[in-house]
Design a protein around this ligand. Structure first.
Ligand SMILES: [Zn+2]
Length: 180
């Protein structure tokens, strides 16, 4: 479940680098498994204690994890007991998925219903719909060569594939999370 591409892409927004991405996945799994303190997570996973703490607070900021503070009656020190917020987690991932899906569907819809033009020398120079292209009188604003109709076939196929795969992966996520 934690390796689901949708979950991964969602978590990428929370962390700063690939190491933290893999660590935060491990920490979420530890919380799901019922491990409650930063030190236990550190011991069980081998992730540095500072990193565990930093990432737990990132999860807290994202409302995916919550903590309770207790005072040890003997040492007078505070201990933090962490808990995984499953409902919030599911809600956040569902929102992420729905938003990405609607953006891609809108993009696909645009490609299907509009004619686009690109620079005939280098498509990176310019790509625009009819109105945008006519502003430049169908000449590339970068190199001044002509614009030509854009063949959207490949991009449409890729988008459709991404949409299908995301739908399948979201279903997998729902199936797995419901068993936790
Ligand atoms: Zn050009």
């Amino acid at each position: 479940m934690i390796n689901n591409p949708i979950v991964k892409d969602f978590l990428k927004q929370i962390v700063d680098n690939d190491d933290d991405l893999s660590n935060i996945q491990t920490i979420i799994q530890a919380l799901i498994d019922g491990i409650e303190t930063d030190e236990e997570i550190h011991e069980q996973t081998g992730i540095k204690l500072n990193t565990v703490r930093k990432l737990l607070y990132k999860l807290h900021d994202a409302s995916i994890a919550n903590y309770k503070r207790n005072k040890d009656p003997e040492t007078q020190w505070f201990t933090y007991t962490w808990r995984f917020e499953k409902e919030e987690y599911v809600k956040k991932i569902e929102n992420f998925y729905q938003q990405r899906l609607s953006e891609r569907e809108k993009h696909l819809d645009n490609l299907e219903n509009n004619l686009y033009f690109v620079c005939c020398i280098d498509p990176e120079h310019f790509k625009g719909d009819y109105a945008e292209s006519s502003e430049f009188e169908f000449y590339c604003p970068v190199c001044d060569y002509e614009l030509e109709p854009y063949d959207a076939k490949k991009e449409k196929t890729t988008l459709k594939r991404k949409i299908t795969i995301d739908k399948k992966n979201f279903k997998k996520f729902e199936d797995k999370i419901s068993k936790i």
